[in-house]
Design a protein around this ligand. Sequence first.
Ligand code: TMP
Length: 204
Amino acid sequence: MKKGIFITFEGADGCGKTTQIELIKKYLDENNIENVLTREPGGSDLGLELRKILLHYDKPVSNIAELFLYLADRAQHTEYTIKPLLDEKKVVLCDRYIDSTVAYQGYARKGDINKIIKLNDLVTNSLKPDLTIVFDIDSNVAQSRLKGEKDRLEKEGLEFHKALRQGYLELAKNNPERIKVINADDAIENIHKKCIELIKGFIN
Ligand code: TMP
């Protein structure tokens, strides 16, 4: 039985991802394509609790503890939210998924990339997105766009965010069929058009 379509969105904090996902959702709604928008961390009730800790816990968190908290959020989210929606043949739009952990806890935090990829497989039962869009942007520009109180990850310095960007580009190079990179330093409408071009190939 054909399942739904699973599309994930990735990029550094400040890349404009949230605006674009909302525009994509609007496009799907206007075209009567059943879809659900979800996110990580925080796409389940348990995940909402984990999100508070992950973004705002104000004492030191070890890199491995951080990694496993993101993975716990993903295990719960995949089993109770994403898989059931795909079984109902919905288009699932997910703001961050497996590639965030490889990019942030792997490339940026200098974790073991291969182990993280295996752990992602474990917690998702190897569920991969049909399409992943990475919004690529210069790290200085992304940082300058961040407004208000910064969360734990946003507070990391420029080196962290540069490594993160390289991580995403490396991931795209290694997974050219699934991951597509869009220049996020462009007008909102231009970026949106490019997203729709990519998504159309899956929803038609
Ligand atoms: P958000 O602000 O885009 O919702 O993402 C929350 C933060 O969590 C963001 O800084 C990226 C980070 N993150 C990781 O470090 N690893 C992960 O696996 C995920 C899903 C997010």
